[in-house]
Design a protein around this ligand. Structure first.
Ligand SMILES: O=C[C@H](O)[C@@H](O)CC(=O)C(=O)O
Ligand SMILES: [Zn+2]
Length: 276
């Protein structure tokens, strides 16, 4: 498991492209036959990917957690962005198809990830946060998440938001998680952009054509920087940073947060003409 510490706003202002990418971009998350994790000190979120092929992959323990097992003091959210798959939690198996979400309770001891087809594997995107109590392991199919349509073609940001883990959805200690799909021809996410000093956020981009890219914007609202992101890459957004992106084609992304509250609507919106 790789580890990333905090960066101050002042430090980030002075970073060049390589330094920004090293701190805030996670380039490789979906590796066939592997579970890959990055531990971020922003709200102690762990960002990961699991791609089982011919055999199941277990959620192993990591020495740096100093825990008896991964979920001893943590909760975990998973969304599949690949082929058909399932997740087994302490003997119960859940079918997790593309865009379905499974919340896994703190205290769960044996978790494993399986694909139906090794040639079209499931690709599980994982977020885990420290948890103080147990909430039940819960599966939410994509169809069960109420879609919220935002933006318009006029502003190139027509998109549908599916919320899974949040105050009015699957219950958790602090994890908030869902996904956004851009309508063909729309390319802007999260514009107008916002910050929420109360929560960090991670974005994982998927369904972006392999020969396309996305400009992800971060930084303080009047001191923005950008990172060039490709399909299946994630970015870590500090609480003081905007997180907004513009693709060279349409795409989807998973957003996930941890921190002070689970109120999806808690956002400090920045007027479009005020961004610098
Ligand atoms: O705090 C919430 C997150 O930034 C995202 O949910 C925003 C988003 O998906 C969008 O506007 O497209
Ligand atoms: Zn946000």
């Amino acid at each position: 498991m790789k580890q990333r510490y905090h960066n101050s706003q002042k430090e980030v202002k002075g970073m060049n492209t390589a330094e920004l990418r090293e701190q805030f971009l996670i380039e490789e998350l979906m590796k066939n036959g592997e579970v890959v994790f990055t531990y971020s000190h922003y709200d102690r979120i762990i960002v990961g990917g699991a791609v089982p092929t011919t055999k199941a992959l277990a959620l192993e323990n990591y020495p740096m957690l100093k825990a008896d097992f991964f979920l001893e003091r943590r909760e975990l959210g998973v969304i599949n962005v690949g082929g058909e798959g399932s997740i087994t939690v302490d003997g119960t198996t859940y079918d997790v198809a593309k865009k379905d979400c499974l919340y896994i309770s703190r205290g769960s001891k044996e978790v494993s990830f399986t694909s139906v087809s090794a040639s079209e594997p499931a690709q599980f995107y994982i977020l885990s946060a420290p948890a103080h109590k147990e909430y039940p392991t819960t599966l939410m199919k994509e169809a069960a998440a109420t879609p919220v349509v935002l933006g318009s073609a006029d502003t190139s940001n027509h998109r549908t938001i599916h919320k899974y883990i949040y105050a009015d959805g699957i219950q958790s200690c602090q994890l908030v998680m869902g996904l956004t799909t851009l309508t063909t021809g729309s390319v802007w996410n999260t514009m107008p952009s916002h910050t929420h000093d109360r929560r960090m956020e991670a974005y994982f981009y998927f369904d972006l054509a392999e020969d396309q890219t996305l400009f992800h914007f971060m930084g303080e609202p009047q001191e923005t920087r950008h990172l060039l992101v490709h399909n299946h890459q994630a970015i870590i957004s500090p609480p003081w940073s905007i997180h907004s992106g513009c693709g060279t084609a349409s795409y989807s992304f998973i957003w996930g947060m941890g921190g002070e509250n689970q109120d999806y609507g808690d956002m400090d919106i920045i007027k479009i003409t005020d961004i610098k």
